[in-house]
Each structure stands twice: as structure tokens, then as C-alpha cells.
Design a protein around this ligand. Structure first.
Ligand SMILES: [Zn+2]
Length: 716
């Protein structure tokens, strides 16, 4: 057996730490961590009361709690529900629960994640499927999780796990004093004292529930020890095999079992015993039995369990289970979710900026959970890209519109010139890399044991072992300040360069042989891997990145459509006549504003007489003069580096976008209606637009704006 079950009870230090007297700080933290408007208890005081009046009532509360600590009994008048929440039992329990709960359980345990359970389930099932031997998998539906739990069962588990008697008495007391106050016309009229069940709202409940499920876990282990049932064993001859009899995530339970009638009978018996002892009911009609490989007499075994049969692929914790590797079918749910979302936006008019916000905040997060475990097939990526691309540029319109900027550039992070839409393939890679980081970082964990047993500790999972002896330390390869690397194998030609670059990097490093070696992720501040930092770092290596201080334009507060238009313009992609010609449109290229030059971005927004007039108006308003720059991008950089007074700084930052937006609106009016706006009206309209944006921004005052434009002469 593996090391999983060895540590299943508390050490005496842990036991004592749980039972320490309450300290003032601990209690205050607990009170402050509660919502102030949490409904008042039978004593009529809300948490807000305790938070506000802490200074006054502190002594009384500390006294009461210490009385509780010593006597495990509360003064009657003191609200019983207060006890459950104040002594920060949760925080204390959280610290030890990882040691108590076997690796088969994942919910709420620090350091264990929901994806761990799905990874283990899939790897174990895959192993079994490949072995060709028959097996059974049960998905159990445990009903009414919190409120039917038997206290005596829970307490006997606490005792088995080595909790001290004082702690057990506290918990017992919390149970026995739970009172459900019935509110009639908003005033309490009485109390009910229930006989069982842990409270839904108690912050401790999920943890106590996990401990109760640990009871099931131990009973299933016992059934295996008694040879009532067999579990699934994973092992490729690399060290001891790992056997898995079940996986629990809160009340989501999988049981792995041999495909024999006698075993199913015993399993049924074990579950019945669990029901009787714990009070938790397993709803067999909602549970499912899945055959792994060819299982004879499946129907008979389903009849023993009184549950329906199912087939793979199925789902576990929202993730596919038992699907073929790289199957694109399992991604259908994601594609459908995308389409459902889009359909729900069908009726709304959305600007480009609005659509961008929806893609960034809604669509891009839909596949993240799947991508954190599965590699997205290229076909699926193309499909999701097409959906997002069409929605971005065409909205809900069915007619084709020009996609102004290449998708590869759109999907760059904003600081590299993109719109921050996720590059799904890269994001997927960064999410999966996290597993490698965790594999090399975490000392233990059931998921890691499964991976090791299945692929060996020398597999692609650990790429850090290039030294001749895998357990050697870095300092062993450096003598008298000279590196002496003895490599495990001969290098390939393409690896040489990497080794040279490594040598150059470490040449001058000082080595401290006293400290333990550890992996460090260079691209984050604290040296640990984050998906976000990796994504940014990998994006910076792309050839399509656009080096320009893009952060200048993403900081200002403007309507989203203006932000997007400004981005498109600075990417030289808005449909000026120059750009239309580049796209092979046959037109006579002449600026609509001055009617003489050809219409390029720089001409229309900077050098055209109308544009220059507008820029100059703003310069004179701020009392400045300037020489017109060559390009729009230069003008933006120059504008933002100009030092202006604090009072007008905010207005100043909105001006270039305002000029762009107004010129483009006027240009389109001239192009489609053929009627130019008189220049003074146009300038006034530009100021009104700016005024509207100033109103949008809460930090700007209208007064300062009026003062700012009082000196204006619109006819120049
Ligand atoms: Zn012009």
C-alpha cells in the first residue's frame, strides 16, 4: 500500500493547537471575517454590532469564551450561534484537515484542487481500459448532504482521528445548542432543537461533512482489506503500484470495484452500513454503474445495487470522464455554451467595444476549466476562434464585414498591441504547464502518485533531471568555482545551444551548498509559476507583437466604442481610402475634408487642414504651441509625455481620442451624406463631445471644464 493512509490521525501537537485558549486577535479576526449584516441571532445582535462595539464588549466576550474553553459550556443568555462562529474553529480545523483526510478526498482541502480528482479519475480509468480486464465504476448520488448527518457518527470519527476530548465537547456543545428560531412577522417566537444534522450556514459544516465522508472512505478501505472488494490498481513496474478504491469530492463520489457479483454484494452491504451509521442516504436510482471493458452479467450486478447502467464517456465534476484522448467530441459542450451565450446577446445592439468586453469577460473564460486538464484539439480551437472572430467584427449581423485587424494580432495581450482576447492554444498550454510545475514542486499528493505509477518518475512529467544522478544537488557539480557538469546522456545537436546559454547564465552564480535546491520560475516576482505570468512571457516572444507604449491608451476612461476605434486607428486599420485601396478596392483616393490629398491615417487625423485646426484649437486652449509631428503614433506619445497642470490633466488625456473620434464622425458624414458641417459648429461639437466624456468620469469636475473653455474662439 502507498503512504496515503499512514497519516490518518492527529499528532499531539496538532491536537493541542486545536485546543489552545482563544486569543483576542483570533476572535476579532473571526468576527471581522463575517458579513456585518449577517442575520441577527436569537440575541438580536447582528455581526455588525460585534464589529462596531468590540472595544466595549471585548472583556465580556473574552471572559465568556474562556469560560466556554474551560467548561465547554456557555452562559445560557449568550447566543449559541455565536459560539459556532467565533472561536475560529474553521481556521484551526483547516490547518490540520489536509493531514487527516485521505488523498481520495479533494474538496475544501488546502492544496488539493477539483482538477486533481478529475485527473486521477481519468488516468485510473484510462489505465484500466488499456489493461483490458473487466471492472466496475460507480457514481453515487448522496442525498441531502448536510442536514441528515448523524452526530454520534461524526463524533466517533473525530475520536478515531485523535481529536482531543475538549475539542469534541466543544463540537458536541455547538450541536446540542443549535436552535432554529422561527421568525413570525420578523420576531422570534420559539426554538426548535433538531436531533441531527449539521447546520447549512455554519462555516464549519463543509469541513465536518468532509470528515463524515472520511468515514465512508475508511469503510471502503476496510471492505478492501477484508477482500470483500477489489480496487483498480495503477502501476507500470516503476515502484509500488497505486490502488484506488474511490474518489470523493464533497458529495460527488466514485467507487472503483472488481466486476464480480460477490464484490458488488459486499459493496452494497458496505454502503448500507454507511447509510445506517451516518444517516446519509445514497440514492441508488440516481446513481449509475459503468462497465469498464467487457463485463459479463452487468444487468445482474446493476440489479443488486438497484441502479441503472451507463456508458463512457460520462462526466465527473463537470469534466469528461472516460473519453478517448484528444477526442473533439467532449468539447461539444463548450462550443454549445459559446453558441448559447451568443444567442442570448442576439437581441442587443452592441458596439465593437461592447462585444470586446463580452468576449474578454464571458466567452474567454468558458473553456478555461476544460483547458486546465485537457489539450484542446486544433479543430475545436479553430471553431471557437471563428465564433469569437465573427462576433468581434460582425456582431450579430449576418452580412459579412471586413475584419480590420488580423486575428493573431487581436489575440495579443494589450501591452503588446492586441485587444487582450485569449490565444486559446497558448492559454491551454500555460494551464497544462502548471501540472508540470506542481509535479516538480509538490512533495506528495495522490494525483502525483498515480502519474508516477503510470508513467514512471523519469517520464516527460519531470524534465528537470538531466544530471547523471537524479538525486544529486547543484553544488555537487561545482568545484573551485568551476562547473563540472556530467550529463546523463549525450546531447543532441539542437540541445547544444541551450547548454551553452545555460552555462553562460550560471557561470558567475554563487552556490550555497547549505541551502536546498529548488525550482524557480523566473517570470514572476516570488519565483513560483503562475499561468498569467507564463502567458504574458510566451506572448512577448511572438513575431506579431507590436512594440509601442500601448498602455498609454488603455488607461483613459472613455466609452468602449471610442477606445476600440482609437486602437484600430493606431493600428492603421480603420477604413480610410488608403486602407481600402490596400484591400484592393477601386476608388478615387481624395480626402473628404480638404479635397486635395490622398486619405491616409496620418493625413486625415494629423496633417489635413481640418485636423490641424482642431489640434491647434486645443493647444491654444491649454496655452501651448507645437510643431506638427510626422505620425499619429508619435503625436500620441508626445501628447502623453507633455507636463500639464494637475487641474486639467484628466481633460488633457481625453483630447487626442476626442479629436480622432470627431474627425472620423465628420469624415463619414461628408462621405455618406455629402454635407460638410461648418467649421465653427464642428469645433463646438468636438468640445461638446469632450464635455460628455468629462461627465462620464467621476474624477473630473464640470466647473473646471467650463473654466477651461471660457477663453475659446471657435472661428479661428
Ligand atoms: Zn485632408
Amino acid at each position: 500500500m502507498t503512504s496515503l493512509k499512514e497519516k490518518s490521525s492527529l499528532s499531539s501537537e496538532e491536537k493541542n493547537a486545536l485546543e489552545q485558549a482563544f486569543e483576542e486577535e483570533e476572535i476579532l479576526n473571526a468576527i471581522n471575517s463575517c458579513a456585518p449584516d449577517k442575520s441577527p441571532g436569537p440575541d438580536g445582535f447582528s455581526m455588525g454590532f460585534y464589529q462596531k462595539c468590540w472595544g466595549i464588549i471585548k472583556q465580556d466576550i473574552l471572559g465568556a469564551l474562556n469560560h466556554f474553553h474551560n467548561n465547554c459550556h456557555m452562559v445560557k443568555s449568550f447566543n449559541a450561534s455565536f459560539i459556532a462562529l467565533v472561536p475560529k474553529k474553521k481556521e484551526r480545523l483547516k490547518k490540520v484537515i489536509g493531514n487527516l483526510v485521505s488523498g481520495f478526498q479533494n474538496a475544501f482541502v488546502q492544496g488539493r484542487q477539483i482538477t486533481d480528482a478529475t485527473l486521477i479519475a481519468n488516468e485510473v480509468l484510462d489505465w484500466k481500459q488499456k489493461s483490458g480486464t473487466p471492472g466496475l465504476l460507480f457514481k453515487l448520488d448522496i442525498e441531502k448532504a448536510f442536514d441528515k448527518l448523524s452526530w454520534s457518527f461524526l463524533i466517533s470519527i473525530l475520536r478515531q482521528m485523535g481529536f482531543g476530548e475538549r475539542w469534541i465537547r466543544w463540537i458536541k456543545y455547538s450541536f446540542s445548542t443549535i436552535k432554529y428560531s422561527i421568525l413570525v412577522n420578523r420576531s422570534p417566537v420559539g426554538f426548535l432543537s433538531p436531533g441531527r444534522g449539521i447546520r447549512q450556514g455554519d462555516p464549519l459544516s463543509p469541513f465536518l461533512f468532509i470528515l463524515a465522508m472520511e468515514g465512508l472512505s475508511r469503510m471502503l478501505e476496510k471492505a478492501k482489506q477484508l477482500q470483500w472488494t477489489e480496487d483498480f490498481e495503477v502501476g507500470n513496474g516503476y515502484g509500488p503500484p497505486v490502488s484506488i478504491s474511490h474518489l470523493l469530492f464533497a458529495d460527488d463520489t466514485l467507487v472503483f470495484c472488481g466486476a464480480k457479483k460477490s464484490q458488488v454484494q459486499y459493496l452494497s452491504l458496505t454502503l448500507m452500513l454507511f447509510e445506517a451509521l451516518s444517516g446519509l442516504h445514497i440514492n441508488m436510482s440516481k446513481s449509475t454503474i459503468y462497465p469498464v471493458n467487457e463485463v459479463p452479467d452487468l444487468e445482474d450486478m446493476a440489479a443488486i445495487m438497484c441502479c441503472p447502467t451507463g456508458s463512457f464517456p460520462t462526466a465527473y465534476l463537470g469534466m469528461p470522464l472516460g473519453a478517448m484522448n484528444r477526442s473533439s467530441q467532449v468539447w461539444n459542450v463548450i462550443v454549445e455554451k459559446f453558441e448559447r451565450r451568443l444567442a442570448s446577446w442576439q437581441q442587443q445592439y452592441l458596439s465593437l467595444g461592447g462585444r470586446l468586453t463580452l468576449i474578454n469577460s464571458v466567452l474567454d473564460s468558458i473553456p478555461t476549466y476544460f483547458m486546465s486538464l485537457l489539450l484542446m484539439p486544433a479543430k475545436v480551437k479553430q471553431r471557437l476562434d471563428k465564433i469569437r472572430r465573427d462576433f468581434l467584427w460582425e456582431g450579430n449581423n449576418k452580412d459579412h464585414k471586413i475584419h480590420l485587424v488580423k486575428w493573431a494580432k487581436v489575440t495579443l495581450p494589450k501591452q503588446y498591441g492586441g485587444l487582450g482576447i485569449k490565444d486559446l492554444a497558448l492559454h491551454n498550454k500555460c494551464l497544462l504547464l502548471k501540472w508540470h510545475w506542481r509535479y516538480n514542486q509538490e512533495a506528495a499528493g495522490l494525483w502525483k502518485e498515480v502519474i508516477q505509477a503510470k508513467y514512471g518518475s523519469d517520464s516527460h512529467w519531470c524534465s528537470n533531471k538531466i544530471a547523471s544522478h537524479p538525486d544529486s544537488t547543484i553544488s555537487q557539480y561545482r568545484e573551485d568555482n568551476v562547473w563540472n557538469l556530467i550529463l546523463r546522456r549525450n546531447l543532441n545537436d539542437w540541445e547544444l545551444e541551450e547548454v551553452f546559454s545555460l552555462m553562460a547564465t550560471i557561470q558567475t552564480s554563487a552556490i550555497n551548498s547549505q541551502r536546498r535546491d529548488k525550482l524557480i520560475w523566473r517570470h514572476s516576482r516570488d519565483g513560483s509559476y503562475t499561468v498569467k505570468a507564463c502567458y504574458l512571457q510566451q506572448s512577448s516572444k511572438k513575431t506579431v507583437i507590436d512594440q509601442w507604449p500601448w498602455k498609454l491608451i488603455w488607461r483613459t476612461k472613455l466609452p468602449p466604442k471610442v477606445i476600440c476605434f482609437r486602437w484600430i486607428t493606431l493600428k492603421d486599420s480603420c477604413l480610410t481610402q488608403n486602407n481600402l485601396m490596400r484591400r484592393k478596392f477601386q476608388i478615387v483616393n481624395r480626402c473628404y475634408m480638404c479635397l486635395c490629398n490622398s486619405e491616409s491615417i496620418n493625413h486625415l487625423f494629423l496633417h489635413c487642414t481640418v485636423a490641424t485646426g482642431l489640434w491647434n484649437m486645443f493647444f491654444s486652449l491649454f496655452g501651448l504651441t507645437w510643431v506638427m509631428l510626422r505620425s499619429l503614433r508619435e503625436a500620441f506619445v508626445c501628447w502623453s509625455s507633455w507636463k500639464v497642470g494637475k487641474s486639467v490633466k484628466q481633460i488633457w488625456s481625453l483630447v487626442p481620442a476626442c479629436i480622432l473620434w470627431c474627425l472620423w464622425t465628420e469624415r463619414n458624414k461628408r462621405c455618406f451624406d455629402g454635407t460638410p458641417t461648418p467649421i465653427s459648429t464642428f469645433k463646438a461639437r468636438c468640445l461638446i463631445t469632450l464635455f460628455g466624456w468629462v461627465n462620464l468620469s467621476p474624477v473630473l469636475s464640470v466647473d473646471s471644464f467650463l473654466e477651461f473653455i471660457s477663453s475659446i474662439d471657435l472661428c479661428c
